[in-house]
Design a protein around this ligand. Structure first.
Ligand SMILES: Nc1nc2c(c(=O)[nH]1)N[C@H]1C(S)=C(S)[C@@H](COP(=O)(O)O)O[C@H]1N2
Ligand SMILES: [Mo]
Length: 168
């Protein structure tokens, strides 16, 4: 009876460990898109890498230019069914996105300021810089905006994009 009990304990512990490993692997390096979306997305680094990329050059805090390669944020929002392009009118203009990072840094953007129907400034979720994946402390994903005068909104280690409604 006791043997059976301890066997069960061992089995349960093993299952818990397995589950923990599976969960942490599933979220490792993932980009979540949630909130006011058609469908929530969890994109792996491989899925982002497989999407069409463009380049954006930005200056770091020392004024040195760096070229980043990544997916236009609008393409990511489109695949999550967020209101973009022609749908960005009326009450949808009061939608914004909160970009959350692994270190707790958070930046807000209005949907319209990132949309190609409103601006020529490119906005990407970068996964590469100068031909290589972003270094661990800055990756796997970095929000990179063209034409910013300082890099404070180019948040690194992005984990979540949450779409919200500011309309009262
Ligand atoms: N996640 C996260 N992103 C961040 C920051 C931060 O503290 N955390 N700092 C911002 C600020 S204030 C600056 S100046 C730039 C610095 O980026 P760099 O080290 O690549 O020049 O990152 C921006 N992105
Ligand atoms: Mo900064």
């Amino acid at each position: 009876m006791q043997k059976k009990f301890s066997n069960t304990l061992v089995l349960l512990t093993a299952l818990l460990c397995l589950n923990f490993t599976a969960n942490s692997q599933a979220t490792e390096g993932a980009l979540k898109v949630t909130g006011e979306v058609g469908k929530s997305l969890v994109l792996s680094t491989a899925q982002v890498a497989a999407m069409a990329h463009i380049n954006v050059t930005m200056n770091d805090r020392d004024g040195k230019a760096h070229t980043y390669s990544g997916v236009p944020i609008q393409a990511i929002l489109d695949s999550a069914g967020v209101t973009t392009g022609k749908q960005l009118r009326g009450e949808n203009l009061s939608k914004y996105l909160l970009v959350k990072c692994a270190d707790g840094y958070e930046v807000v953007f209005s949907l319209a300021e990132l949309d190609s129907s409103f601006t020529d400034h490119k906005a990407i979720i970068a996964d590469m810089s100068e031909g290589a994946p972003l270094p661990a402390g800055k990756g796997p994903f970095r929000m990179v905006l063209e034409g910013e005068k300082k890099p404070a909104r180019n948040c690194f280690q992005v984990t979540d994009i949450v779409i919200m409604f500011a309309k009262e």
